[in-house]
Design a protein around this ligand. Structure first.
Ligand code: FES
Ligand code: FES
Length: 149
């Protein structure tokens, strides 16, 4: 077994000090070692987008990077979107527009769209469509996700 190293991940404003093998992906460490299971893992090779988190204002696929690469960065996951009982407006919009069915893809879509809207509040519908096209959903047929965003 590879030797473990101690790393600190800052997730939704809280520091998690964990000992992990250097080969472990950010997605796995967020879920297994930090207990934040809202970030989902689908394909594990960068195709589906279910594992999308925001890393310092950039939406990234957390299955495609090592956790040690995320040290010193601000990591945001779906758990950090709501403010207490108050859902993030985009979460509320997904509910209002039936933008989810099984919900497996939803955390990834939320983080992807939140990042796009925060980094470019003037984003056009076409640009949003382009952004959302990077993630996969097996249930909804996409139309209601697009409407929600
Ligand atoms: Fe990361 Fe599919 S699990 S892109
Ligand atoms: Fe089921 Fe998108 S809601 S995969």
């Amino acid at each position: 077994m590879t030797e473990r190293v101690e790393i600190t991940l800052t997730i939704n404003g809280r520091d998690y000090i964990v000992r992990v093998e250097p080969r472990k992906t950010l997605a796995d460490v967020i879920r297994d070692d930090c207990g934040q299971t809202g970030t989902h893992i689908g394909c594990e090779h960068g195709v589906c987008g279910a594992c999308t988190v925001i890393l310092d204002n950039e939406a990234v696929r957390s299955c495609l990077m090592f956790a040690i690469q995320a040290q010193g960065k601000r990591i945001r996951t779906v758990e950090g979107l709501a403010d207490g009982d108050q859902l993030h407006p985009l979460q509320a919009s997904f509910i209002a527009h039936h933008g989810l069915q099984c919900g497996f893809c939803t955390p990834g879509f939320l983080m992807l769209a939140v990042n796009a809207l925060e980094t470019n509040p003037e984003i056009t519908d076409d640009e949003i469509l382009e952004v959302l096209s990077s993630n996969l959903c097996r249930c909804t047929g996409y139309q209601n996700i697009i409407k929600a965003v």
